[in-house]
Unconditional design. Structure first.
Length: 409
């Protein structure tokens, strides 16, 4: 790309044709040196790569900073920018964000705080979501002594070259990305609401010790029957085999295959030795994590893909005739069922586990097969709606990523 091309974005709004002008960050900003003298401010902020500038208490659910040392923290007023040198998968050179909170706060001296002028603040904020400034960081800094922290002098950082269009085009770009971000936030909130709804219904639509759920579909009133899990399903272990191959003729499940309630085919193992046919999974089987850390005990996945064999470190549940697999899958996802499994697991130092014999004793309440199917179908549809919002979110985020690449230089 020659110098002339570098001044024009690939995609821009109609009516704009002038080249973008290059300047240094120091031309449109100044480092802020204002300290929290006399502890005037007590709201400690953090600069997150995922969530932007947020209150530390909200982000960590507690205060991390030592209140006796915050007099040396920098004051971050509304619309101040902050560079966090902590690197992550989401921020290769650390995040740069604007304080959009309606109050001033303070941040550790490890952060670089700066103010801006003669530029649309939202435009600059969006520019820092692109990768256009990454090359400069790569060429002028390094990871330093700590692998999780990027090292660059403040004076060098402020000399960063950036390209900007006219103020009118800045405003236009800023508004467009603000609307896109609002749409993303809307879908995120809808997804959170559905997840909260599902969590609440999982507690209310399954019977407790009384034998009757709090909420149920019209036409059902019978008491649920208490049974043992081993009477409702056939529990078996998988074939011992090499499931660590990157590729092979036969696909095997492994403990990493369970991902967010689904069987993640991208995380299967492989073997070139054909397992016995009895290990071939059927649609509707449930895979159960019984060996791992205590937080992973009780994780389940419903098999919805054919041609996969049952590997080690996961148990397989095959339904009896009067048990609906979708119902049981949702039932196993409830907090009481998970807590029971964890409380009956052997908390080994390296890997906790619960064996088949113990697990088969787990009590479970079951309604008629007709009511099971009704409940299972309801939650299946709810899961599909949640997944739909997630797919929309993923698409919107990919679209934003593409626009960031093409609309900035």
């Amino acid at each position: 790309m020659n110098d002339t091309q570098a001044k024009y974005p690939q995609l821009r709004f109609k009516g704009f044709a002038d080249p973008w002008e290059q300047c240094k960050l120091s031309d449109i900003s100044e480092k802020s040196y204002e300290k929290n003298t006399y502890n005037k401010y007590s709201t400690v902020l953090t600069n997150s790569a995922e969530y932007g500038i947020v209150k530390q208490r909200d982000f960590f659910d507690k205060d991390i900073a030592n209140s006796s040392n915050i007099s040396g923290y920098y004051v971050v007023r509304k619309n101040y920018f902050v560079y966090n040198p902590r690197i992550s998968n989401q921020a290769k050179f650390g995040p740069i964000n604007r304080n959009k909170l309606d109050e001033s706060g303070i941040m550790s001296p490890l952060y670089l705080v700066f103010t801006v002028h003669d530029i649309d603040e939202s435009f600059l904020e969006t520019l820092f979501q692109t990768t256009t400034w990454h090359r400069f960081m790569y060429q002028n800094g390094d990871t330093g002594a700590r692998a999780d922290r990027f090292a660059i002098k403040d004076s060098t950082f402020m000399s960063m070259p950036i390209k900007v269009p006219s103020l009118e085009e800045q405003h236009k770009l800023a508004l467009a990305f603000q609307k896109l971000d609002q749409t993303i936030t809307l879908h995120e909130e809808k997804k959170r609401q559905l997840e909260r709804l599902k969590s609440a219904l999982l507690q209310k639509m399954f019977a407790n010790k009384s034998g009757y759920p709090v909420v149920r579909f019209e036409g059902f009133s019978d008491e649920w029957e208490e049974r043992k899990l081993g009477d409702a399903v056939s529990i078996s272990s998988g074939v011992t085999g090499d499931a660590t191959l990157q590729d092979g003729e036969y696909r095997l499940t492994r403990i990493e295959s369970i991902s967010q309630g689904t069987l993640n085919v991208a995380r299967l193992g492989f073997t070139n030795k054909k397992p016995d046919q009895k290990y071939l999974l059927n649609l509707g089987d449930i895979l159960y994590s019984n060996i791992n850390s205590l937080s992973h005990i009780g994780k389940v996945a419903l098999v919805d893909t054919t041609g996969i064999y049952h590997g080690i470190n996961l148990l397989r549940f095959q339904m009896r005739n009067d048990v609906d697999s979708e119902f049981l899958f949702q039932r196993l996802n409830t907090t009481p069922m998970k807590n029971w499994a964890v409380s009956h697991a052997n908390p080994a130092v390296s890997q906790a586990s619960i064996n088949q014999t113990e697990l088969s004793k787990q009590p479970i309440s079951l309604p008629t097969i007709t009511e099971q199917q009704k409940i299972g179908s309801f939650f299946k549809q709810l899961d599909k709606t949640i997944a739909l919002h997630q797919r929309k979110l993923d698409l919107l985020k990919e679209q934003k990523k593409g626009f960031l690449q093409k609309m900035f230089v």
